[in-house]
Write a protein that binds this ligand. Sequence first.
Ligand SMILES: O=C(O)C(=O)CO
Length: 357
Amino acid sequence: MWCSRVSLRRLQRIVVAPLNTSSPVISMQRAKSTLPRVYVTRRVPPEGLRILNESGQVQYELWDSDDPVPRQELLKRVRGVDGLVCVLTEKIDAELLDAAGPNLRVLSTMSVGYDHLSLDELKKRGIRVGYTPDVLTDAVAELTVALLLTTSRRLIEATHEAKTGGWGTWRTMWLCGYELANSTVGILGLGRIGVAIAERLKPFKVKKFIYTDVAPRPELASMIQAEYVSMEELAKQSDFLAICCAFTPETKEICNKKLFSQMKNTSVFINTSRGGVVNQEDLYEALSSGQIAAAGLDVTTPEPLPTDHPLFTLKNCVILPHVASASYSTRNAMSALAANNLLAGLSGEPMPKELKL
Ligand SMILES: O=C(O)C(=O)CO
């Protein structure tokens, strides 16, 4: 369950200090004011807060809201902190690190993705970085499969038709989609999540898994009997193409006109990584011209995607609001790992999951 202000109040030794309605601050102060100071940029699930509270190792201030702390407020609040816990919407760049100042030695992000972090700036300042891989793999893989099936079997269109009177007699070709049985599934960026997706898809009688990455990844590939192919072959052969790569300068808009033009017009494109890996204008063109059959997106640029965005006008595009890891257990596990990374980092120990800078 998400942490409410009421449940937070019940936690021991927390001082709730709502400064005013536009400043939802919770601070947990300790008698020993020499403890490291931490700023938590968002209301995080209770497991992470419980760990911070029970550790007795830190005092923290938390922006107790589901909405991001305004940037100017953030720049003020981080001043002098030793540690920072953030989520993926906070841009951790030189400006913010300068505002925090030289005490800052640990950054812990409650996310597996780290494209919101300026890694060079963090490295330059000797700040250790924790992130949350593995704990969200199952949830993301599950959602990816759900999105793939929703998109390929046209479930959103179908429920809409059923509700709005479009459901006439049983028709032979009405709302036909594409099935996984005997298909080739391509994975762009084979990591833990790609493997977990393939493991879940296998029982649907997929004929073949193929993947591409900067280099072959034989250990992971052998877990799902996936064949390494070029980007071009991935596009040409895949009936379903799942995008699982990290968003980096190299993968920025890697899914573009060229890729879409090489895909079959019966192919389904699924992205649960980051919106930035897709050129959305090219995707719109590919979907509206029938170059590819359909797309399911859990991530877009920007987020939220404006409701008047052209992609929302397409029946063959299913858009979710970045919810791949949104299960109660996973979000709690992410917050717990973020808290443990922070505490380990502040006490100079190896973090459970530390990003190598
Ligand atoms: O952890 C991340 O990077 C996410 O995108 C949340 O699902």
